[in-house]
Ligand binder design. Structure first.
Ligand SMILES: [Zn+2]
Ligand SMILES: [Zn+2]
Ligand SMILES: [Zn+2]
Length: 434
């Protein structure tokens, strides 16, 4: 049963209406049904519009001042040759050439912006300090032309050093290569307008070294997290007892394992770099240590599935030596053996201990294959001799087989010794040296 408040004209009227029974359609199609958020009025657009007007004005002001600065530096770096070289006062000055250059620069600067008259300004507009005729001198902002003081303590104006590319070298400026160094006095406002945004953007781009190192670490971590599921999927067919894995599957798993081992090594190096980084303060030091600890626990947790693979491959290979070297499967035996050894050698680059052990094992297994093949050949010869009723040959060959059996037994013992060392290596977590 549905009820809602209705007006006289049977429209939904939640405030002044009266309760009436209604059908489900009317109940659910009323305005505001199932609305759990209430009414939403979005002011973002209007705020953005107001803000945009302000930002646009600022951008305009920045570009206006930047243009003026560009013009000024260009004029200073490439002074026009027809400019009057000797300004007024050359007769009075004891150093006429320097004075001449100074006034030439002043003329150039004033061609960009008209300077405010000294007499009109008695106090600095920023710090309100009174100007004197000699002690507290007036200066001009080269960008807006206003009179300001040059008190370094209030920083009402300052000289900003700029590197300007120039085509002709002016003798008065310190030059270096194709660019020229120019000092330009700016008032506080102009300097802020021109450089604040740029400085801010630059400061956000610059990252402290430990943050950059941490981002590198996280990148490796993400790479490992992406690679692990793929690797685990590749491991599944290798664990199937009834369905022995084929060459491609083993190779794929070994390839992934190699990539993972490399990633782990890089990750470990990155974590160590953060731990050993010079810290400015104790809390920084603590942070770096905490990152390293988190990284090493990540490493321990995710390296477990990696450790199971070589044992898996080993298990398969030792099993195949016996099961596939029967007369029927003789051809497949050595081939399969080759498969496993090939993949094992591919993964050996992670550590020298591992690769040394792998080489030793490979040599032993190759020797074992040769012995088993010899034994197989001799057994074939025995049955042939028996068929031909050459019994002296049979007894001699049987002795041969017995000798081969002894050698095979010795080789097998050596292989199991190597396998035990493999186990020890993984139990101690020897893949990456501590
Ligand atoms: Zn209805
Ligand atoms: Zn001042
Ligand atoms: Zn200014």
């Amino acid at each position: 049963m549905y009820q809602m408040k209705l007006s006289r004209s049977a429209a939904h009227e939640p405030v002044r209406g009266y309760w009436y029974r209604v059908c489900e359609t009317c109940y659910k199609s009323r305005e505001g049904y199932n609305d759990h958020n209430g009414f939403i009025r979005d002011h973002t657009q209007s705020f953005a519009a107001v803000r945009r007007r302000r930002v646009d004005k600022q951008t305009l002001e920045i570009s206006r001042l930047e243009k003026r600065l560009t013009k000024l530096t260009h004029v200073l770096a490439n002074p026009p040759s027809e400019a009057p070289l000797n300004g007024g006062g050359s007769l009075l000055s004891p150093v006429p050439s320097l004075n001449g250059q100074r006034s030439q620069r002043k003329i150039l600067e004033q061609s960009v912006v008209t300077w405010e008259e000294d007499a009109k300004v008695s106090r600095c507009p920023f710090c309100q300090q009174e100007f004197g005729s000699w002690t507290f001198r007036r200066h001009h902002c080269r960008i807006c032309g206003k009179v300001v003081c040059a008190d370094p303590q209030t920083a009402c104006s300052s000289e900003v050093g700029l590197n300007v590319a120039n085509t002709s070298l002016a003798p008065s400026e310190k030059s270096e290569g194709g660019s020229m160094y120019v000092d330009i006095r700016m008032c506080r406002d102009c300097k802020f307008t021109i450089f604040a945004k740029r400085d801010f953007i630059e400061s956000t781009m610059q990252k402290p070294p430990n943050q950059r190192a941490y981002e590198t670490l996280r990148q490796f971590e993400r790479g490992i997290e992406l690679l692990l599921p793929t690797f685990q999927r590749a491991l599944l067919p290798l664990q199937d007892e009834n369905n022995p894995p084929n060459h491609a599957q083993i190779q794929e798993a070994a390839k992934l394992r190699k990539r993972l081992t490399d990633s782990f090594t890089k990750y470990d190096v990155a974590a160590r770099r953060i731990r050993d980084m010079k810290a400015d303060n104790p809390s920084q030091q603590r942070l770096q240590r905490a990152i390293y600890q988190a990284a090493s626990s990540f490493l321990h947790m995710h390296m477990l599935p990696l450790k199971t693979l070589p044992r898996l491959l080993k298990h398969k290979s030792s099993g195949s030596t016996k099961s596939h070297l029967t007369p029927n499967g003789h051809v497949t035996g050595p081939l399969r053996q080759g498969d496993v050894l090939e993949t094992a050698s591919q993964t050996s680059e992670g550590s020298t201990v591992v690769s040394a052990l792998e080489t030793e094992e490979r040599d032993l297994r190759e020797r074992l294959i040769v012995l088993e093949e010899q034994k197989y050949m001799v057994q074939k010869m025995i049955s042939a001799s028996r068929g031909a009723r050459r019994f002296e040959e049979v007894s001699a060959l049987t002795r041969n087989v017995e000798e081969l059996d002894k050698e095979i037994e010795a080789a097998n013992a050596q292989v199991s010794g190597v396998e035990q060392r493999w186990q020890g290596l993984y139990v101690n977590g020897g893949l990456i040296p501590p």
